[in-house]
Ligand binder design. Sequence first.
Ligand SMILES: [Zn+2]
Length: 391
Amino acid sequence: MIEGNKFRDVGANVAIPPGAQVIDLSRMTVMPGLVDSHNHLALTYKPEPENNVYYYTYVQDSTALRAIQAASNGIQMLASGFTVVRDLGNNGNYADTALRQAIDQGWIPGPTLVNSGIIIGGMGGQFYPSPEMAKNHSIVYPEYLDADTPDEIVKAVRQNILFGAKIIKICVDCKPYGYTADEIRLFVREAAKSGLKVAGHVQTPAGARNAIDGGIFSIEHGSALNDELHKAMAAKGIWRAGTETPMGLAGHPVTQQAYDRTIAGLKNAYENKVGLTFSTDADYFVAGKNRGELCLEFLRPWRDAGIPNADVLRAITINGYKAADIDKVRGPIKPGFFADLIAMPANPLDDVDALKNVQFVMKDGLVFKKDGIMTPAAFFHSGPVNGWRIR
Ligand SMILES: [Zn+2]
């Protein structure tokens, strides 16, 4: 039984109050909404016009256009059953915050966003701006926030929090002058003052070691992680958002060798009992698939790694809620929690691909999709019905 935006009662013999609307999902599998622990909703790089180079997306697409793309991508994610997305940067000038506010204030439907604002890194971030770009900060900035000294680290964290970040995302080792464990500790300490966690993009074993020693909350991308690092992550309870890309996505070729490495890494993490999240980094356009359908293609590496279905479901729900740091309010279908749930005809415990056929989606107690068809009218408002002060 749902009242307002929360579950009020759950069980086989809940009394139905007079006047209640009854939704019959008795022939479906009902479960909590899905979590993509790593995406970028305001980034969609494309074969045309930028040849799939996101560096050029920044030049081609304004922040305003990207915010509208993000709104569309969020709706597509929700339609596929993703009720929570950790949105980790590359969103222009805070398009991610705009989307979160628009959803939370009640303008449009979308997943609950845990967004990072601008990615913080040493000079240049993940980009290689020309000296002119770096000096004037007028092109390809503000895609990254430069923070090269302790003062700049503190200031960058504060800027992101001021402008609506709910998690801090850093480039641990995007450049040879990556962050030390001490510098990462400073990020963690400053973010913690405001109750935020720190997620780190990692691409080298040395960077991973610094991130682990520095007390990072989650490591983004699994390519640099090995057996020893996995053991250290498991010992410290650090989340792994491995962003395992499947083979066979049109326009995004993955070599057999690279894929084998991805699968071996995921397997090794699983065997070491690292906290695994389902994470895609699916921030591009693949013809014939919407953003939600694209993300569900990322189930394939989990199947190929031989991860049991129940553990894939843990990664895409329970662990996702924990890595989003919202598991105390959202996720479990229990009284007092926000009423998000999805349903599908088959049982994903038998075959996780059943998740590709989500027919029903409820978000915050409102029906977003029913019988396979989006019915979002109740989510659209001409004003901030949940309050404009939501920042
Ligand atoms: Zn990413």
